[in-house]
Design a protein around this ligand. Structure first.
Ligand code: NDP
Ligand code: HSE
Length: 439
């Protein structure tokens, strides 16, 4: 059989494992793909670090992706440039592409999809979201006959490790981050993970596939975990909840005033301890999918790491090889629904607001009045501390679901009230399809 020849762009954490699996599993891959899958070349920045790859190495990635003896390009460099230009060159030259690059797909996925379509080649990116978990293929193919209503999950292992450590040991955010860094989960610059951008890129990809609508990273409301405190973790436990950084993609049916729409958001939220996502600890990922006919499903596994991510890349490579051998094509981009993306202010959620207040007659009424004034219904109020002498007390207000904008405006006003000494924390409370949150 004519071999399928692979150009590998990048040979770091993921790329090295792609090389290893291609070599170690060569016979099985050939049997499954219908043809041998061989490395044609490997492009890196610093060849001296990759001496074992000898003749395969090049620093000329652009030359490699257009070489006549290359059938498919695997991109595991990361970032926007030069990855985007290299992949567009490759697609234009008629090479199929497999990429793990969520940042690029979330920023400019449609351009890559259009280029693949124009050349009649494949674009696969299973590794871009939730590493080894076969999630994108499930959304794109297995659930193609259903109507997905929600995709919600833990799609960032670093932040899940940090929040799990804070929950298990009561450690501070700073200490948990330090441990994550020491164990190699968090990078030296952890911003993309802890500020939520990595999860937001993944949310954009998930929402696009689930709702047949182009959703980019800019459409995703994104908040990270830097401000989550040990006190928040304790407060969540008091509500029968745990705090997770969740990515939530939802389809909202039309109502009297608004058309059908989608939303995508990433933030730390209290979720019920009984929810299947609550027990996902450490660096694992899990995604909860709800579809009209299929009902609720959960996908769980390793969302990062060289070998797990390379497993997803290899699965895509076999798909490309099978298509070339058997004459098929990858499913094309499906964006026909083109639903509007809701602004975050109109998304309905619940809040848990913790206030440092003066314990005096009328304080609760003043605070409750601000919620009422903006149409936000209070579900529960709890006070701790204080006394008859007007000392400081902690007041926790849990709301029913209300538009984000109304809740945010209420919190802004509360912060300026004389009777409020400080707003200690504001966290969303998300049921994620399961009831049972206290209050
Ligand atoms: P690394 O930083 O470990 O590796 C990047 C590789 O790209 C290196 O080999 C580097 O070369 C090479 N490279 C960088 N710039 C260029 C360039 N201009 N031309 C050619 N090669 C270049 O990244 P990862 O392996 O961790 O990640 C790769 C991709 O996979 C990213 O998109 C990431 O988001 C995604 N991903 C990663 C996961 C993980 O757990 N690591 C999980 C899921 C997805 P050199 O070695 O010479 O420096
Ligand atoms: N940095 C990501 C995480 C892995 O912590 O989950 C790559 O997607």
């Amino acid at each position: 059989m004519t071999p399928i020849r692979v150009a590998l762009l990048g040979c770091g954490t993921v790329g090295r494992e792609v090389v290893r699996l291609l070599r170690d599993h060569a016979d099985e891959l050939a049997a499954r793909a219908g043809a041998p899958v061989e490395l044609a070349g490997v492009a890196v920045r610093r060849p001296h670090k990759h001496a074992d790859l000898a003749d395969l190495l090049t620093q000329d990635a652009s030359g490699l992706v257009t070489r006549d003896d290359v059938d498919v390009v695997v991109e595991v460099i990361g970032g926007i440039e030069p990855a985007r230009s290299l992949l567009l060159e490759a697609l234009k030259a008629g090479k199929s592409v497999v990429t793990a690059n969520k940042a690029l797909l979330a920023e400019d996925g449609p351009t890559l999809a259009e280029a693949a379509d124009a050349s009649g080649v494949d674009l696969y990116y299973e590794a871009a979201v939730a590493g080894a978990i076969p999630l994108l293929r499930s959304l794109r193919e297995s659930l193609a006959g259903d109507r997905i209503t929600r995709v919600a999950g833990i799609v960032n292992g670093t932040t899940n490790f940090i929040l799990s450590a804070m929950t298990a040991s009561g450690s501070s955010y700073a200490d948990a981050l330090e441990e994550a860094t020491r164990l190699g989960y968090a990078e030296a610059d952890p911003s993309a993970d802890v500020d939520g951008y990595d999860a937001a890129s993944k949310a954009a990809i998930l929402a696009s596939l689930a709702f047949h609508t182009r959703v980019t990273a800019n459409d995703v409301h994104c908040e990270g975990i830097r401000s989550v405190t040990s006190a928040d973790i304790v407060a969540a436990a008091g509500m029968g909840c745990v705090i997770k950084l969740v990515a939530i993609c939802e389809r909202t049916p039309p109502d009297g005033t608004s058309p059908e729409s989608v939303s995508a958001r990433v933030y730390p939220a209290m979720i019920p301890a009984a929810h299947p996502l609550a027990s996902v600890d450490g660096a694992f990922n899990a995604v909860f999918v709800e579809a009209e006919a299929a009902g609720q499903m959960m996908f769980y596994g390793q969302g990062a790491g060289g070998a797990p991510t390379a497993s997803a890349v290899l699965g895509d490579l076999v798909a490309v090889a099978r298509n070339r051998v058997g004459g098929g094509r990858a499913p094309r981009e499906s964006a026909y629904a083109s639903l509007p993306v809701r602004p975050i202010g109109t998304v309905r959620t619940r809040y848990h607001v913790s206030l440092d207040v003066n314990d005096r007659a009328g304080v609760l009424a003043a605070i409750a009045g601000e919620f009422a004034h903006r149409g936000v219904s209070i579900a529960a109020v709890r006070q701790t501390g204080g006394g008859n002498g007007g000392e400081a007390a902690r007041l926790v207000v849990v709301t029913h679901a209300a538009p984000e904008a109304a809740l945010a405006a209420t919190v802004d006003v509360l912060a300026g009230l004389d009777v409020v000494r400080g707003v200690d924390s504001v966290l969303r409370v998300e049921d994620l399809g399961r009831k049972g949150v206290a209050g």
